[in-house]
Ligand binder design. Structure first.
Ligand code: ADP
Ligand code: MG
Length: 729
């Protein structure tokens, strides 16, 4: 029996999954996390204070303190049966990395002991020569090391065999260049903190720290493992390169509101339990639009921790799903013709005095503070749209962006009717001659209406890539499989830069003798005028918007190789260097890494397309072709008239045509790949892979293969079909 039929057969024999969920989440929550409360128990006063100030103010921890903290962490971990530890980090190849070492060691006199000292906590040298570095390590220094990031708490990973203490770390080269997603993110958060605190001081001198907050919404598909294993394309690339749409897909829109299927529900509860132990504050779970598509979202946290939690959760989901003989697909577009998966990044900024800077205030003063941060964010997106676009570019996200289900490749901002009116009013009423007597205008009463309007779903625009939703912005163009850090690094840096520029302008006016509030209002007005081009309230999926955006001069870069150009412009280099996030070399290196990733992904897809066509599709089609040919020959020999086999002949002709076209195109695609591989320049090679391989052949080959799927005897078809992957579980 083929894997396909075997998998379908096995579906009926899965035992009822048993999941032990907590009766109360709070009793389980973060039990595997070394958070401050646990630290208080395991550390001396001195060590605790040092850890705390390192978390809160980024202060360095000295060696003897590190030893004490390491001992405390080990004591805690051992009390939970942990024998190994690892430095956990987020390399540029898009997954998380870990290398386990045991606490166990042997002293010079031969005594076996468990040990975990400060050095092991603070710094490790993974054998990391095979992580992507864009040539950085070759140029600078052969080795990289991981360094403890105290801002994210250590945790115990429990899934699979054994328990491992994981220390969140950043990954850098010996000369200090970042080799991961986390190091630049921490720098961007620092830049934003400084810039935002400075601006906050116009309104409140008590604010000493601003943190960016992130609540991601993770979309994913869950499909049966047997069916997954029978699709080499899913196994190799995470997406189906072939497959005809099922008779029914999402047109009835019955999945979104449907109840969660039993087998999926068990898996969800199981990974949620694991997530709770790790301190990931999951809150929502529901079906998504496409069949077999789901979403989960946590309560928002500080960006750094939220990024770690998202990476960790993706890992946990993958492992737990396997326990249930299911597979999670995080790919942005696993199935053609139905919705793909994104990861909305809900983002805001919060002060250490407990104020959400993107929540409309209750008094004129806090209103003005809200407007300041609101308008600065819009200005940042306007000025650096290309950089945001680059931050979400990937081979997989290209299948999704602009495909009439996801935000377009044009970065625009949606703010809702009410705030549009408010900005319009400011534009009209703030004039050069405005003085203190006009201060009334500062009292625009926005706090009452905005929350109700925007927190309510009715005034939301789901087609916008960057939407204000009442008390946060929602960056919706981020792909489901992406590390949020990339998008967050870009967003925090551009807002930091914009706030710095804002402060300079306001200070200049104040120096000229303008009153503070009036000065702020003037610069806000100027920013509204300069960035209103990026505001768009209409349907982001529509044809008209493409045209309109072009007229407005907004960039609309549809594919990754070109979108990535924005990483290495003079503008980008200035921006990231000014804010100490990336040096020129780091940007160049990252650009190189992203291009390489793109090339490899397209190359792998192209290879699997060729292989499947030759070894799965064509043999099945040819077997059926023979059957038809024999049938026709037999009828002819039996002396039957032509009408008797006219239909068979017609099908045979069609099949033969699709077979020839498929085989011909596959040959040509292989030739095209060979040519691309000879190109030295990485950018040119990526562009060639896009235009000469992907654009020229992928859809063309798929067209014929999908036609064959409909024509060929179902029994001969070994690849699970869309209806099976999406509807059977
Ligand atoms: P939806 O957008 O699906 O209606 P919600 O508005 O409830 O859902 O929230 C989506 C995500 O936004 C959640 O993860 C939530 O915690 C997060 N969120 C809410 N407020 C903020 C904030 N101030 N900063 C960052 N994320 C936030
Ligand atoms: Mg949302």
């Amino acid at each position: 029996m083929s894997l396909r039929f075997n998998a379908i057969h096995n579906l009926t024999s899965y035992p009822e999954p048993k999941v032990e969920g907590p009766s109360k989440i709070s009793s389980l929550f973060a039990t595997n996390v070394f958070h401050l409360k646990t630290a208080r128990e395991y550390l001396s006063d001195e060590a605790f204070k040092s850890l705390k100030s390192s978390i809160k103010a980024g202060q360095k921890i000295d060696r003897s303190m590190a030893n004490q903290i390491a001992n405390g962490i080990r004591a805690w971990a051992e009390s939970k049966g942990v024998t190994h530890f690892t430095h956990w980090f987020q390399p540029l190849n898009g997954t998380t990395a870990e290398k386990h070492d045991s606490f166990f060691t042997i002293k010079s006199d031969g005594t076996p002991i468990e040990q975990f000292d400060g050095d092991a906590l603070v710094q490790q040298e993974p054998d990391a020569s095979s992580f992507p570095s864009g040539g950085l390590r070759a140029t600078f220094e052969a080795r990289g090391y991981t360094a403890w990031d105290p801002s994210s708490p250590p945790f115990i990973m429990e899934i699979g065999q054994g328990k491992t203490l994981c220390i969140p770390t950043i990954f850098v080269s010996y000369t200090g260049e970042s080799l991961d997603y986390k190091a630049p993110l921490l720098k961007a958060l620092d830049a934003l903190n400084k810039a935002a605190v400075d601006v906050c001081h116009y309104f409140d001198r008590n604010i000493t720290r601003v943190t960016a907050t992130l609540g991601w919404e993770q979309e994913y598909f869950l499909i049966d493992e047997g069916l997954f294993n029978a699709r080499p394309d899913l196994v190799m690339t995470g997406r189906t390169v072939y497959g005809h749409l099922a008779a029914k897909n999402q047109q009835l829109e019955d999945h979104y509101f449907g109840s969660i299927p039993e087998r999926v529900y068990a898996c969800m509860r199981d990974f949620e339990t694991e997530a709770y132990k790790l301190g990931i504050p999951l809150r929502t779970r529901h079906n998504e639009v496409a069949p077999a598509q789901f979403e989960c979202a946590p309560i928002f946290e500080e960006v750094g921790v939220a990024v770690d939690h998202n990476c960790l959760l993706m890992d946990v989901m993958d492992r737990v799903a396997r326990r249930h003989k299911l597979r999670v697909l995080f790919h942005e577009k696993p199935f053609a013709g139905i919705n793909g998966s994104g990861k909305h990044n809900n983002w805001s900024m919060a002060t250490d005095t407990g104020v959400n800077l993107l929540a409309p205030g209750k008094t004129p003063k806090t209103n003005l503070m809200f407007l300041t941060f609101f308008v600065n964010t819009i200005k940042a997106v306007h000025d650096y749209a290309d950089i945001l676009r680059a931050s979400i570019a990937s081979a997989a996200n290209d299948y999704r962006l602009g495909a009439n289900e996801a935000p377009p490749a044009i970065i625009s901002v949606f703010i809702g009717q009410y705030l549009t009116k408010v900005l319009q009013e400011i534009k009209e009423r703030v004039t050069d001659t405005m003085d203190e007597t006009d201060e009334n205008m500062l009292k625009i009463d926005i706090h009452k209406s905005i929350p109700e309007l925007l927190l309510d779903n009715t005034d939301r625009n789901r087609t916008s890539p960057f939407a204000f939703t009442g008390n946060k912005f929602e960056f919706r163009a981020v792909g489901a499989s992406a590390n949020c850090a990339n998008a967050m690094t870009a967003l925090c840096t551009i807002v930091a830069q914009t706030l710095k520029d804002f402060k300079k302008e306001v200070d200049a006016l104040i120096e000229k003798g303008e009153k503070k509030e009036i000065a702020i209002m003037h610069v806000i007005r100027e920013y509204i005028v300069k960035s209103e081009n990026v505001l768009f309230e209409g349907d982001g999926y529509s044809e008209e918007w493409q045209k309109e955006a072009e007229k407005r001069g907004l960039p609309n870069v549809k594919t990754t190789p070109y979108a990535l150009d924005a990483m290495v412009t003079e503008k980008a280099k200035r921006l990231f260097e000014n804010n100490h996030v990336y040096t020129h070399q780091e940007l160049e290196a990252r650009h190189e890494v992203e291009l390489e990733k793109y090339i490899k992904k397209v190359q792998i897809e192209s290879r699997i397309m060729g292989e499947l066509a030759t070894s799965h599709i064509l043999p099945a089609a040819i077997r059926y072709q023979n059957l038809l040919a024999n049938n026709i020959r037999g009828l002819k020999e039996a002396g039957l008239p032509e009408e008797a086999y006219a239909n068979q002949k017609q099908i045979l002709e069609k099949i033969s045509e699709h077979i020839n076209k498929t085989s011909d195109l596959v040959e040509k695609m292989i030739e095209a790949r060979k040519k691309c591989n000879k190109i030295e320049n990485t950018r040119e090679k990526a562009i060639a892979y896009q235009t000469e391989v992907k654009d020229t052949f992928f859809d063309a080959i798929r067209y014929h293969v999908d036609k064959l799927e409909l024509l060929v005897d179902d029994r001969e078809w070994y690849l699970p079909k869309y209806r099976e992957m999406l509807f059977l579980r």
